[in-house]
Design a protein around this ligand. Structure first.
Ligand SMILES: NC(=O)c1ccc[n+]([C@@H]2O[C@H](COP(=O)([O-])OP(=O)(O)OC[C@H]3O[C@@H](n4cnc5c(N)ncnc54)[C@H](OP(=O)(O)O)[C@@H]3O)[C@@H](O)[C@H]2O)c1
Length: 355
């Protein structure tokens, strides 16, 4: 499988990254191991996880996904062949991550997070350590409560009260690099201001330069293209695109209000992000378009993300091996100008119904 350079680092990651957030809840440990075996056999060298996983987040399951990956790497003795990405939670009121307190992007919390992740992963370094979501109170897709939130102004000290300064957080990541606990630093669910601010602080020598940005990117959410695409291209920050199938809504299985037994949406009712006004009819349109090209909607939607020049790696998700097979085969689809034109024609009319 083709590999692409991760930001300005010396790492080359496969154009498909294996997502893991179903392992430990919707999928068993054996399922997770089988998925990693297959993906690696097909040339994937990049696995994405988080201290938060599995999804949906719960105190009693938190960390299981990393343990599953750690057990697999130990059994296979293949740590050096895998590029491993994990994440520390942004600001959260949940106390179960740190054991006794809410979590913020301050030194004690980030060190606690990384040490626990390293232990679960059976390793002494993480290749790419990402901030899962900003500590700032800004809207981002997975948190609809924040939609409409007005960004806060800086006060005399430079940041709104209660917020950890970006320089302070970045310095902690610098310490982690120096200590050898992580190799590179990435952001997730971040906006243009945040990416540029982290770069500005790194340019002052306060910490590592951001290598990548992990944000949602799919037919119904191309908001990345508006501002972040230029930021990332000019600053050499890699887009790691997540939820290429809009969590299953671009597979056709939820069309016409269907909710198949055992699907993520039926099990966890977490579909709100992709059930915004107008979303269903737009998803139906893309799913129909796929069939006019003789392709399954899931293959078509994954092929778009896997082959889009602004994407460095497509973080795919699968609950079954046959879904994984299809997602992996999207790397080999020849994405034509005709396909792009047809997709763009819909996009121009409907925009981003699921930002
Ligand atoms: N940074 C972040 O905030 C963030 C957020 C989300 C995801 N991620 C990362 O991105 C990875 C992928 O995200 P995602 O799982 O949302 O990706 P996705 O590709 O949009 O959705 C994957 C889900 O779609 C369904 N599916 C896949 N192929 C199918 C097919 N051929 N037919 C029918 N249904 C199919 C499966 O769910 P069913 O169980 O319904 O079958 C599968 O688990 C995650 O594991 C995680 O690593 C990061």
């Amino acid at each position: 499988m083709h590999k692409r350079r991760l930001g300005q680092t010396d790492l080359f990651v496969s154009k498909i990254c294996l997502g893991s957030m179903t392992w430990g809840q919707q999928n068993t440990e054996a399922d997770g191991h089988a998925q990693m075996d297959l993906a690696v056999a097909r040339g994937v060298n990049f696995i994405d996880t988080a201290e938060l996983y599995p999804i949906p987040p719960k105190a009693e399951t938190q960390g299981r996904t990393e343990t599953i990956i750690g057990n697999w790497m130990k059994a296979k003795r293949n740590r050096s062949q895998v590029i491993l990405a994990s994440k520390v939670v942004g600001r959260t009121a949940n106390t179960w991550f740190r054991g006794d307190r809410p979590s913020k992007l301050v030194r004690a919390d980030v060190f606690d997070a990384v040490d626990k992740s390293l232990a679960r992963l059976n390793t002494d370094y993480i290749d790419l350590y990402q901030i899962h979501w900003p500590e700032r109170d800004v809207p981002w897709g997975a948190n609809p409560n924040r939609i409409g939130a007005v960004p806060r102004r800086s006060d005399a000290a430079g940041v709104p009260e209660g917020e950890t300064p970006i320089a302070e957080t970045l310095a902690v990541f610098g310490e982690l690099v120096k200590a050898g606990k992580i190799r590179h630093f990435g952001l997730s669910n971040e906006n243009s201001w945040g990416v540029m601010r982290f770069i500005a602080e790194a340019d002052k020598g306060l910490g590592p330069r951001v290598a990548s940005l992990q944000n949602a990117y799919n037919f119904v959410n191309r908001t990345f293209e508006v501002n972040l695409a230029e930021v990332c291209e000019r600053e050499q920050v890699s887009l790691l695109a997540y939820s290429p199938l809009a969590q299953g809504y671009l597979t056709g299985k939820y069309d016409h209000g269907a909710r198949p037994q055992g699907s993520r949406s039926q099990l966890f009712n977490r579909g709100q992000r992709y059930e915004t006004p107008n979303a269903a009819e737009v998803q139906l349109e893309y799913n129909r378009l796929a069939r006019t090209f003789g392709m399954e909607p899931a293959l078509f939607a994954n092929a778009y993300v896997s082959n889009r020049p602004l994407v460095t790696s497509n973080i795919i998700g699968a609950t079954t091996i046959s879904q994984l097979e299809m997602a992996l085969s999207s790397a080999d689809v020849v994405w034509t100008g005709e396909m792009q034109k047809a997709v763009d024609a819909i996009h121009q009319r409907v925009g981003n119904p699921c930002p």
